[in-house]
Write a protein that binds this ligand. Structure first.
Ligand SMILES: [Zn+2]
Length: 238
C-alpha cells in the first residue's frame, strides 16, 4: 500500500499544496472538483517539464519543487488531493471554509475515479493509471535534474519563446492567429471565438484580442472539456 499524504508530506508542504490549489481555482473558477484535479495534474507536469510553459521562463528550482510536490501528492494520495479540491471549490466560489482541507466528505470513490478518467480522455491526457503516471513522473524528474545540471551556453527555444511572448502581449499577433484559425471576431472588448478546441475538437475556443483582461484561450465547454492554454499552445496544437 502506498503511504498517505500525512506520512509523506510535512505540514509546510501540505499547506503549500492547499495554497497552490486555491490559487489555481481562483484563476479558472471550476465548479467541478474533478476538473480542478485534472488541471492540477497538468500543472504539475508543466512545472517539471517546462515545455508547455513557453509563455514563461524555464522552470526555476522553486517551480520544479512545486511541480514535484503536486505530482507526488497526486501519485501517492489521489483521494486526499481530491478531498482538497472538493473543499477548495466551495471555498473560492462562496467562501465556505472547511474544518480540515483533507476532509473527504461523502462521495463514491469509484465514481470519482471513473469521472477523472473520462475527463482526462476528453482533455487528451489519456487514460493512464496513477501508477503509470508515477513512473513517467520519476522519469521526467530525472530528466529535469539532468537538465538543471547542464550549464546552458545558448538559450533554448529562443524563437519559440519570442513567438509565445508576442502571442501573449501583442494584439496584432493575436489578431493574426485568430484570422489564421478562421475565428469569428466580435464585441467590445474584441473577442475571437469559434476556433477548434485542441481537446474536445468542438468549435468552442475563444480569447480576447487585446490581452489586458485575460491572455489565455479557453474552451467554452467548461464542464465537459475545460481546456485552456496560452495562445502559443493553441497555435501549436491547432
Ligand atoms: Zn474543448
Amino acid at each position: 500500500m502506498l503511504p498517505t499524504m500525512e506520512e509523506t508530506l510535512n505540514q509546510a508542504e501540505r499547506s503549500a499544496l492547499v495554497k497552490k490549489i486555491i490559487e489555481l481555482e481562483k484563476v479558472q473558477l471550476y465548479k467541478d472538483p474533478a476538473d480542478l484535479l485534472v488541471q492540477i495534474e497538468r500543472w504539475g507536469a508543466w512545472l517539471i517539464n517546462g515545455s508547455a510553459w513557453l509563455d514563461f521562463d524555464d522552470p526555476t528550482p522553486d517551480d520544479r519543487e512545486l511541480g514535484e510536490l503536486l505530482t507526488t501528492a497526486l501519485a501517492l494520495d489521489l483521494e486526499a488531493v481530491y478531498a482538497i479540491c472538493r473543499n477548495v471549490v466551495p471555498f473560492v466560489l462562496d467562501g465556505t471554509k472547511p474544518e480540515r482541507w483533507t476532509e473527504p466528505g461523502d462521495y463514491d470513490t469509484d465514481k470519482v475515479r471513473a469521472s477523472i478518467k473520462w475527463k482526462k480522455m476528453e482533455l487528451g491526457i489519456g487514460a493512464k493509471s496513477y501508477e503509470e503516471l508515477r513512473v513517467e513522473q520519476e522519469e521526467s524528474r530525472r530528466h529535469a535534474r539532468a537538465e538543471a545540471r547542464k550549464i546552458r551556453q545558448v538559450p533554448r527555444h529562443n524563437h519559440e519563446r519570442e513567438m509565445a511572448k508576442q502571442l501573449r502581449e501583442d494584439g496584432s499577433s493575436r489578431l493574426q492567429l485568430a484570422r489564421s484559425l478562421s475565428a469569428k471576431l466580435k464585441g467590445q472588448p474584441e473577442t475571437a471565438s469559434g476556433m477548434l478546441c485542441p481537446a474536445c475538437k468542438r468549435p468552442s475556443v475563444w480569447f480576447f484580442i487585446e490581452p489586458e483582461q485575460k491572455t489565455s484561450a479557453s474552451c467554452n465547454h467548461s464542464n465537459s472539456c475545460g481546456w485552456w492554454g496560452s495562445l502559443f499552445d493553441l497555435a501549436r496544437l491547432s
